[in-house]
Design a protein around this ligand. Structure first.
Ligand code: IP8
Length: 271
């Protein structure tokens, strides 16, 4: 029995949860604090996390985002290894919730998304929406995605968020929150000698004129800040506000989920 509930989509960036410079390294304190804040907030949420030091190094080593390439040794094995590495990372996150007796359900991204004729197709949302109905928090993650034409790629957490914003049927998304390692988006500030300045409140129709400062993404195979901006623009087309927050600042995740004021980037929707 579904009514039209609203849900928050929260992505914990892989760079926030892991040390991207060290393969398979977990920032235990950061994850533990994020988990606690999400439980304390007690809101209806779909949680996503990025690949961090589990997904990106392998995806890069085997050029998974570029698709099937016979000339790359063991590339197919690399697809399997990348997926398995994400499962291990995801299991750690899931365990943190279960240890605190909070019901979560890991949903395998590569089992519900597939690429068909250059379009990402979402096979079913039923599991996700039924989990929400049952007050279980679905948890998805950046993963490999198979392509019906006999190839594959990487599906990032940002892309999953966009797809969910476009496709959820019984739930409306009240906002999308990206928890990252910085306070939000930084723009080039001409008045300050082109020094980067935090973009605080901004309307979605102002996004096209933005020149963002790229503060470095290191090993990211799914694109840097400009790719994030592209996704944000698409999310906003669905009339959904977006907030980018610093997940390293204690309490920020909780405050964001509770709509309390924080120093961050808020992308607001034009009426
Ligand atoms: O960190 C990438 O997801 P993202 C996932 O959300 C993999 O871009 C497997 C690299």
């Amino acid at each position: 029995m579904r009514t039209n509930y609203s849900v928050i989509l929260l992505k914990l960036g892989g760079g926030l949860l892991t040390d991207k410079n060290k393969p398979n390294s977990i920032r235990e304190d950061v994850i533990s604090s994020a988990v606690k804040q999400i439980i304390d907030a007690n809101e209806k949420i779909i949680l996503l996390h990025g690949g961090g030091s589990f997904g990106h190094p392998l995806a890069k080593e085997y050029s998974i985002s570029d698709g099937f390439d016979e000339s790359i040794p063991d590339q197919i094995l690399g697809v399997a290894k990348t997926h398995h590495s994400m499962i291990k990372f995801n299991s750690y996150v899931i365990e943190q919730f279960l240890e605190r007796n909070y019901p979560v359900l890991s949903i395998q991204t590569s089992s519900i998304f597939i690429e068909k004729s250059n379009k990402i197709s979402l096979e079913t949302l039923d599991v996700l929406e039924t989990a929400l109905d049952l007050k279980i928090m679905p948890v998805l993650y950046g993963d490999i995605m198979l392509d019906k034409s006999g190839s594959f790629t990487i599906l990032s957490g940002d892309e999953i968020i966009l797809k969910l914003c476009e496709s959820l049927k019984s739930y409306s998304v009240s906002k999308v929150v990206f928890a990252m390692e910085s306070d939000g988006l930084f723009k080039i500030d001409e008045s300050k000698g082109k020094k980067p300045a935090l973009l605080t409140d901004c309307y979605s129709n102002e996004l096209d004129d933005l020149i963002l400062a790229d503060l470095g993404q290191k090993i990211d195979v799914t694109g840097g800040i400009n790719s994030k901006l592209t996704h944000i623009k698409e999310i906003c087309k669905n009339k959904i506000p977006v907030q980018l927050i610093n997940g390293l600042i204690e309490g920020n995740i909780f405050k964001s989920l509770k709509n309390q004021k924080i120093n961050c980037t808020n992308i607001l929707i034009n009426e």
